[in-house]
Design a binder for this molecule. Structure first.
Ligand code: SF4
Ligand code: SF4
Length: 449
């Protein structure tokens, strides 16, 4: 990849609309990602919001899976899997993430659709930009910004809906912080996708800078086949050759959202959107020449070395990334499946170390914090072991905890004085769920006289 060089920033790029198979994939990704983003907070699961990150109660709910701060490891595993997946993807096929699914690309695409719907195609938009201010221009620009702002606010509201119940937000029952984050995230969306657009990819995104280090000669990247294309010019259209070169129509440059010419070689400004492939394929179709003057290919193939047409999987990096991914996914899935349906914290009451009960037994006080991580109400019974004759003050006491709730219960543990001489003794609480017969053994200490 060529070294980043400082180029003049065009005021605004108005890419020409393109159509074709890669455009269909891009549109499909916009629809899919936005259906998921806007739809998810409305989904219900067991009568509650299916995906809800309740920061106030430190509780994440994802389709019936309850995650608490103790489960942070799963979130860490998810982040590592996402990063490794991105590295694997990039090594295999270049900037697929940037071109098809990065929120910056997706939201910029939506903003361009809004602009096109109100102001017309790329030529009309350029003309409008160059024209002096008039009532018509003001109305079109104003309407575009108003719709972009409304869409951005809706995006912000949906984002907050992952943290505050969406159905409350939709009726505008929001606190000051909900309002702040709605405006902040909405404003951020408008700024990044409506105003800055490709400049974020060109000048702000760190991933764009370092991903070149993941490429090798086998990585599939979008390239212009200079061997076939050059010398470019109108004469190519009239040549007798079946496989025609570049006719220098410039359409691949007109459709490029970052305004570059792919014929100058691989550049860091290329976000891999494949619009130039679709555009050039259409030109080649009209010339009745084979497609692929611009195509996904590897540096190895362009140098004329024998190379596979698809991605090559037999490379050390691919094997290492794949093994790491498989290992982390297997381990975290197994741990999630085997996860106990409740958690218990035992806190010894440090205010009263040891006391004597009415019937002469030594007694320590504790707080049991039981977290029910299931979607059903649960009943638990507590026993204690570790010293001869040790018992709960209320044997058989049942603790009831509502779905995905926490209950903190004060308990007392008693033992004969001769069984607990002076000092600290290791004991264990055994908390058993009466619903599914799962037990948790939690250690603590008993202070003797
Ligand atoms: S679209 Fe194809 S033919 Fe036209 S300028 Fe680009 S590479 Fe050449
Ligand atoms: S050069 Fe082609 S693939 Fe790269 S950003 Fe421009 S249109 Fe997209």
């Amino acid at each position: 990849m060529s070294k980043p060089e400082i180029k003049p920033i065009p005021i605004k790029i108005h890419p020409r609309l393109t159509s074709g198979r890669f455009n269909n994939v891009r549109v499909g990704m916009v629809v899919l990602t936005q259906l998921a983003f806007f739809g998810m907070p409305w989904l219900q699961w067991n009568g509650r919001q299916a995906v809800h990150f309740n920061l106030a109660e430190h509780h994440f709910l994802i389709f019936g899976i309850s995650l608490w701060p103790q489960d942070f490891i799963y979130l860490a595993a998810l982040l590592v899997v996402s990063a490794l997946g991105l590295f694997l993807w990039t090594t295999l096929a270049g900037r697929l993430w940037c071109g098809y699914s990065c929120p910056q690309t997706v939201y910029t695409q939506i903003m361009i659709w809004i602009e096109r719907a109100i102001q017309g195609d790329h030529n009309a938009r350029r003309k409008l930009d160059a024209s002096p201010m008039s009532v018509g221009k003001f109305a079109k620009k104003g309407a575009t910004q108003a719709i972009m702002a409304a869409f951005s606010l809706w995006t912000g509201l949906t984002f907050v809906g992952y943290f505050t119940p969406m159905r409350e937000l939709a009726t505008l029952q929001m606190g000051p912080w909900d309002l702040f984050w709605t405006l902040f995230y909405g404003g951020f969306t408008w700024l990044m996708a409506g105003v800055l657009r490709e400049k974020v990819c060109l000048h702000m995104c760190p991933y764009a800078r370092f991903q070149g280090s993941m490429f090798d000669d086998h990585t599939l990247v979008i390239s212009y086949d200079a061997k076939r294309g050059e010398p470019r010019g109108k004469t190519q259209a009239k040549s007798d050759a079946q496989t025609k070169g570049c006719i220098d129509c410039g359409i691949c440059v007109q459709v490029c959202p970052t305004g570059i010419d792919i014929r100058n070689g691989l550049q860091y400004e290329c976000i891999g959107c494949a619009a130039c492939i679709d555009a050039c394929d259409q030109v080649m179709d009209k010339l009745k020449s084979p497609r692929g003057l611009i195509r996904y290919t590897s540096a190895e193939a362009l140098q004329g070395k024998p190379a596979k047409s698809g991605p090559s999987f037999h490379r050390p990096r691919i094997v290492i990334y794949s093994c790491l991914l498989a290992g982390i996914i297997t381990l975290s899935t197994t741990a999630l499946v085997l996860k106990k349906p409740f958690k218990v914290d035992v806190l010894r009451d440090r205010a009263s170390l040891v006391e004597q009960s009415d019937d002469g037994l030594l007694q320590n006080r504790y707080s049991l914090r039981v977290i029910n991580t299931t979607e059903q109400a649960q009943r638990y019974v507590v026993t204690v072991e570790g010293l001869p004759g040790i018992r709960m003050e209320k044997p058989g006491q049942v603790i009831e905890v509502n779905p995905a709730q926490t209950e903190t219960v004060p308990v007392r543990v008693q033992v004969e004085p001769e069984s607990a001489p002076r000092g600290s003794h290791r004991i264990h609480f055994v908390i058993r769920s009466l619903n599914d017969d799962v037990s948790i053994r939690e250690k603590s200490s008993f202070i003797g006289e």
